[in-house]
Design a protein around this ligand. Structure first.
Ligand SMILES: [Zn+2]
Length: 55
């Protein structure tokens, strides 16, 4: 699972496909909420606020 900003979305997808050998599902973080999981405050690849969830 990756949490990334817009700039690093394609990189997260590339890594996901490489690791899991299937296409990820994409979610916009501001459109989903998780009861047991609070979203990280930074992108997995930089310090920017994340915008997408790649799972
Ligand atoms: Zn980023």
């Amino acid at each position: 699972m990756y949490v990334v900003c817009e700039e690093h979305l394609s990189r997260a997808i590339d890594e996901f496909v490489e690791v899991y050998e299937q296409s990820p599902d994409l979610y916009e973080l501001d459109k989903v909420s998780f009861t047991d999981w609070s979203s990280p405050h930074t992108c997995d690849f930089c310090e920017d606020p994340p915008k997408y969830l790649v799972v």
